[in-house]
Design a protein around this ligand. Structure first.
Ligand code: UD1
Ligand code: MG
Length: 454
């Protein structure tokens, strides 16, 4: 069966108090709408139609890389029924249609598969149970338990308001039938809106059986209307991710204190201390240890490497058996081979460090090629920028760069060079020699301390 998905995303999201359209707010590293679209793809949707309104151009631009999405503008927001009706011309008339909300991000593919199966040519709606269904639509059943209709909270009698089964907003129906029902929906209700929920009574009137399916987990159908609800769902999602990591054998000091905003892949016996953030694609090899309060964004770390507390790594590749941090910063293009040590307050940018290279304290290594077993002393700076252009520094194997040296690029420090502490090196050095550039130290035996005037 062909499946087409309609995602309703035209709402303004006033209660977010934000200039960003609600569906573009981020949860676990991607927008609410991106979660929903990913789930639609997971279901194998043949077509995904997104109904947008407020700031539609901005929403569309955020998905420019997904050229197969079909966008429909709903100018005036006349209700969920109107929104779906606007989308129907873009839907394959022979398909089953699944309606989702762009602001209900965590709905699971498994629950939706059950919904689609339950429809089987008729209408299936997803419902949930709550002590107080608040402003949600109530599912009205007859004495035999058969679904009769959905009544919106604002149109409900007190007895109907007491109904605990509420409509989540998701339904599946064959496109042709859905179109026919929508054509008959009227706006004669408390909100003067075209309610999608009215299709239930119309289906019943047509003698079509209406099935209700519940989500596997209650939070799957929770929507985002406020920052508070967004924050709550973020914790739900993060807990899910943490549990999945634990399940796969990753050691987490505290599953409530990790944030994964992308994809985190871990080898065996990885351990992660508290308050770490992983963004984009992060790959950790076997036995990698991450100390507390680290941030890793689009990074790969090979086996047996340890990242100590408070380190920030971004668009970098770290080899095996390295020691990074505490307080290290690896910026884009940092490529570290095995057994490299990067210590506290060392910044590495767009540089390759060969096996065994070390910069243990307070250094800046930018636009550099650093050879094997090079030792970069405390306070060393590669002066890579002349104010207009960036230049490279090459430090060949086995060099020793004394503390507080400044290396003015473009520059080549030849193999086995020894640079005296405090030197400013602006010319290439010969191999295997001590190069030092600083004023000679003098002491004056005739010197007398100044005397205080009366
Ligand atoms: C709707 C249902 C209600 C259900 C609830 C679940 C109707 C009439 N009511 O309530 O039974 O319990 O969802 O959350 O369907 N939207 C548009 N265009 C519109 C109106 C809404 O795209 O003209 C989108 C919104 O962006 C949102 C979704 O549809 O993603 C639901 O709209 P919302 O106003 O939140 O739901 P209600 O109508 O209050
Ligand atoms: Mg509404």
């Amino acid at each position: 069966m062909t499946l087409n998905v309609i995602v309703l995303a035209a709402g303004e999201g006033k209660r977010m108090h934000s200039n960003t359209p609600k569906v573009l707010h981020s949860l676990a590293g991607r927008s609410l709408l991106a979660h929903v679209i990913a789930t639609a793809r997971e279901l194998g949707a043949d077509r995904i139609v997104v109904v947008h309104g407020h700031q539609g151009a901005r929403v569309r631009a955020a998905f420019a890389d997904q050229g197969d999405l079909v966008w429909v503008e709903q100018g005036e927001l006349l209700g969920t029924g109107h929104a779906v009706q606007r989308a129907m011309p873009q839907v394959d008339p022979a398909a089953d249609v699944l309606v989702l909300y762009g602001d209900v991000p965590l709905i699971g593919a498994a629950s939706l598969r059950r919904l689609a199966q339950a429809a089987s040519g008729g209408l299936a709606i997803m419902s949930a149970i709550a002590e107080d269904a608040a402003n949600y639509g109530r599912i009205v059943r007859d004495a035999g338990g058969a679904i009769r209709r959905i009544v919106e909270a604002r149109d409900a009698t007190p007895a109907e308001r007491a109904i605990r089964e509420w409509y989540t907003g998701f339904l599946v129906a064959p496109a042709a039938r859905l179109s026919a029902w929508l054509a008959r929906v009227k706006d004669e209700n408390a909100q003067k809106e075209y309610y999608l929920t009215d299709v239930v009574a119309l289906a019943v009137a047509d003698g079509v059986a209406v099935q209700a399916v519940q989500p596997a987990r209650a939070w799957e159908v929770e929507g985002v209307n406020s920052r508070r609800e967004l924050a709550a769902l973020e914790r739900v999602r993060q807990r899910e991710i943490a549990d999945a990591l634990l399940e796969r054998g990753v050691g987490l000091a505290d599953p409530a204190r990790i944030d994964v905003r992308g994809a985190l892949a871990c080898g065996r016996d990885v351990s992660i201390d508290v308050n770490c953030v992983f963004e984009g694609e992060v790959r950790l090899g076997e036995r990698v240890r991450i100390g507390p309060n680290c941030v890793l964004r689009n990074v790969s770390v090979a086996d047996d490497t340890e990242i100590h507390a408070f380190s920030l790594l971004e668009d970098a590749a770290v080899g095996a058996r390295c020691r990074i941090g505490p307080y290290a910063r690896l910026r884009p293009g940092a490529e570290l081979a095995e057994e490299v040590h990067i210590g506290n307050f060392v910044e590495v940018k767009n540089s390759r460090l060969a096996p065994g290279a070390k910069a243990n304290h307070l250094a800046y290594v930018g636009d550099s090629d650093v050879g094997r077993r090079v030792n970069i002393g405390a306070g060393v700076i590669t002066c890579n920028y002349d104010g207009v252009n960036k230049h490279r520094t090459v430090i060949e194997d086995e060099c020793f760069i004394g503390s507080d040296a400044t290396l003015v690029a473009p520059l080549r420090i030849a193999r086995g060079s020894y640079i005296g502490a405090g030197s400013t090196i602006a010319k290439d050095t010969p191999p295997g020699q001590l190069t030092v550039s600083r004023a000679r130290q003098v002491s004056l035996p005739s010197w007398k301390p100044p005397k205080r005037k009366d």
